[in-house]
Ligand binder design. Structure first.
Ligand code: FAD
Ligand code: FO1
Length: 449
């Protein structure tokens, strides 16, 4: 295992006791470098290995749609781990409150976590570390090239990080070892998790219902990958920007919850297809764009605010903040998809109904929110609120970066100046009409499956 994926967050006294992998971002058994690392430690010390997940019911306004997708995936994780003699423990509460107690009660000798660039996770670790006296590690199991290794600063654009990533891919697209059943298992550590409470009684917002057509879990993720490789990849380049087509992989909910490894996806593509414009376009999104988002969120802690935009963008947007807006919509009007623009309304409805808006429409959707909000800050706030509330893949570095790209020109260049947008790239209805059949998209977006 490449040691560059591992970071020690805290030294600690060597002791003998079970190893604990606190699973958070990478919610899968296969191809999970954090789990592989924890297993290696447990094998070397000949002690048991435990996996725990700390369930936080008020996690950033997540709704039933997100929690149930995640929890059904975690139920599969529990089953898959038990076949490997590894107990999975579902804990209720904030990690920095409940993990220190769990560590002490079970004589845990080493704590392993997975990497996540988002502020909430870094805060959890910051408050957790001082309460521990054992070694505490963090493993980047999400990125192919570890985020903290590929770059130590905020990259300006895809162009700058692409060269760094491509140079390192041969080193990090390495073989991912499978997991053998754990021999030092202590059956007393297996618990009966209260899934009924978690799925049905957790005090969460249940007004946003699950999306039936996107099945949760590691197995469903691999089935989706197979469908994508068999049917869609071969025309990804020309179809991915046509929202009337099923031209994308559909993997983002699974990647967001870590139910599939991006490294596995990339290696499957490379193993089964010779490089062509379709595989190149897909790997550019899956590797460069996605890992650029982690870079942006890690090194720019204002990733979810106007102040996180580049100075040139802040200046140009401020210069046009007073411009006359033809329409100004509140977040409620946007949420109800009741603007004057049928195309925008359809995109909003697609996200609400299906939990996933087509990637091309996300750009148009966010840019219109900039055009119809009283200020760029209000626009960003509304876009993030709606995206996180209805998109299964929301609350993700890709989302913060996608909204910052659309509204604040992050990782984009300046364009010809115009009202409201200033030099931020503009998109409009006619531009869409030139690219795809709007009527067909509207019908598809609002149809119940
Ligand atoms: P595919 O085209 O099949 O891409 C495969 C994978 O590559 C994606 O799952 C994702 O991990 C990565 N990827 C693709 N496009 C991008 C991109 N532009 N930036 C970063 N990674 C990318 N993506 C999310 O995962 N969650 C979000 O909340 C989200 N919000 C967005 C909001 C806006 C305003 C914009 C413009 C983009 C947003 N994106 C978000 C990025 C992108 O639109 C989605 O990742 C993509 O549509 C997911 O569908 P897919 O997996 O079928 O895409
Ligand atoms: N991570 C956790 O460790 N505990 C949670 O209870 C939790 C809930 C949750 C709900 C919705 C959602 O979109 C993400 C959630 N996450 C949770 C985080 C998730 O695992 C991802 O790590 C991040 O959101 C992406 O970086």
């Amino acid at each position: 295992m490449n040691p560059k994926r591992i970071r020690q967050l805290q030294e600690g006294k060597e002791s003998r006791g079970p190893i604990l992998y606190w699973m958070s971002r990478d919610q899968r058994v296969q191809d999970n470098w954090a789990l592989i690392f924890a297993k290696r430690l447990a094998d070397a010390q000949q002690v048991s290995l435990i996996v725990a997940f700390s369930l936080v019911s008020d996690f950033q306004f997540a709704t039933e749609r997100h929690f149930n997708f995640m929890l059904k995936g975690l139920k599969q994780v529990e089953q898959d781990l038990s076949k490997l003699n590894i107990p999975f423990v579902l804990l209720f509460g904030e990690p920095n409150d409940i993990l220190p107690k769990y560590v002490k009660e079970h004589g845990i000798s080493v704590l392993v976590s997975d990497f996540d660039p988002l502020k909430i996770k870094r805060l959890w670790k910051k408050h957790l570390a001082p309460q521990l006296t054992i070694p505490f590690y963090e493993v980047d199991a999400h990125n192919i090239v570890p985020a903290l290794y590929v770059s130590q600063k905020t990259e300006f654009s895809a162009y700058t990080i692409r060269t760094k990533i491509h140079k390192l891919l041969p080193e990090f697209l390495d073989r991912i070892p499978g997991l053998l059943p754990h021999t030092f298992a202590d059956r007393s550590l297996f618990v009966k998790n209260d899934w009924d409470y978690a799925l049905h009684k957790l005090p969460i917002d249940r007004t946003v219902k699950e999306v039936a057509e996107i099945l949760p879990g590691e197995q469903a993720a691999h089935e989706q990958l197979e469908r994508f490789l068999a049917r869609t990849l071969s025309h990804y380049n020309e179809k991915r920007n046509d929202p009337c087509e099923d031209g994308q992989s559909g993997l983002s909910p699974y990647l967001h919850f870590g139910q599939i490894s991006a490294q596995r996806v990339a290696m499957e593509v490379q193993a089964r297809f010779s490089p062509d414009p379709n595989t190149e376009a897909f790997l550019e999104e899956l590797i460069v764009r996605r890992e650029l988002a982690d870079n942006f969120c890690y090194y720019n802690t204002k990733y979810d605010s106007f102040e996180g935009f580049h100075p040139w963008a802040q200046t140009t947007l401020r210069e046009h903040e007073r411009d006359e807006r033809e329409y100004v919509y509140s977040v409620k009007v946007l949420e109800l998809a009741s603007t004057h623009d049928p195309l925008w309304n359809a995109a909003q409805k697609e996200m609400v109904l299906h939990g996933k808006m087509h990637g091309y429409m996300r750009m148009y959707w966010a840019k219109k929110i900039l055009e119809w909000s009283k200020s760029p800050s209000a626009a960003l706030k509304n876009a993030l609120y709606l995206n996180d509330r209805y998109s299964l893949d929301g609350r993700d570095p890709n989302g913060y970066t996608g909204c910052a790209w659309s509204i604040g020109g992050v990782h984009d260049r300046a364009w010809t100046e115009r009202p409201v947008f200033g030099k931020i790239r503009y998109m409009n209805y006619n531009g869409c009409a030139r690219k795809f059949n709007i009527a067909k998209y509207i019908e598809k977006a609002v149809s119940r499956t």
